[in-house]
Ligand binder design. Structure first.
Ligand SMILES: *Cc1c(COP(=O)(O)O)cnc(C)c1O
Length: 236
């Protein structure tokens, strides 16, 4: 497995697509069921344009103040914008409607706030629920048991369109070490789906980053969030 990001941006994008195709074959998954969310937090407009030309269609931003000018500058291009970073409740208003999918709903309070803001503008906002798999105290996200308990309440929010789960497992040196976390997220989604809350769908699994996305794909990821492997290492 070669996850180097040493090439040009177009070469890197092709490499990511190729790695994903290979991982799909390895695990017998049908083609076209995994999407690449390019994490653009370090990328400038020129780099982003090069990535789009190479076939990227989904851009993931995690800082609102950097995302909004980019959205404005690239308006008119066929881009799906995803919000992948931690979202403060008081900023929910600015994210709702501006992003096609929010990956990082990490509390009931935030879910309620997004629901309220989406109602105000008359939309249903697509979201994923972020899970803190390893129970890391410094990380945001629902604890798995907490999510099982709160899901019925989340399911009552009519302007929230829950599509699945997202996780950011602790960094590992060997991609194989991340496999148990990815498997646990998939199993959690399966277990929660059996709770049978009809207003909530948990089909999407946003997991895997530059260092481990092929393993995430093997374990059922439907979206991988890849930054460094496309745009190179971040500076500062
Ligand atoms: C930056 C970021 C990524 C991508 O990380 P890389 O290791 O550069 O691929 C994925 N998810 C989130 C939430 C991020 O902030």
């Amino acid at each position: 497995m070669d996850l180097r990001s040493g090439g040009t941006i177009s070469e890197n994008v092709r490499n990511v697509f190729e790695q994903i195709r290979h991982a799909m074959q390895q695990s017998g998954r049908p083609e076209g069921t995994v999407r690449v969310v390019a994490a653009t937090k370090s990328a400038g407009l020129e780099q982003i344009r090069e990535g789009l030309a190479a076939g990227l269609t989904i851009l993931g931003e995690n800082r609102l103040q950097e995302a909004l000018p980019k959205i404005e500058a690239l308006r008119g291009l066929p881009i799906h914008w995803h919000f992948i970073g931690h979202l403060q409740r008081r900023k929910a208003r600015l994210v709702v409607g501006a992003f096609d999918l929010i990956h990082s709903v990490d509390s009931l309070e935030l879910a309620e706030e997004i629901n309220k803001r989406a109602q105000e503008v008359g939309i249903r906002q697509a979201v994923l629920l972020e899970v803190n798999l390893a129970g890391e105290p410094t990380k945001s996200g629902f604890q798995p048991d907490e999510l099982a308990r709160l899901l019925p309440q989340v399911g009552t929010l009519p302007h929230l369109d829950v599509r699945g789960l997202m996780a950011i497992p602790p960094p590992v040196s060997d991609p194989e070490q991340a496999r148990p976390s990815f498997r646990r997220l998939r199993e959690l989604a399966e277990r929660l789906s059996r709770q049978g809350i009809s207003t909530v769908s948990l089909k999407e699994l946003s997991m895997g980053m530059s260092s481990d996305y092929p393993v995430a794909v093997e374990e059922g990821a439907t979206m991988v969030r890849v930054g460094t492997a496309i745009f190179g290492a971040r500076h500062g």
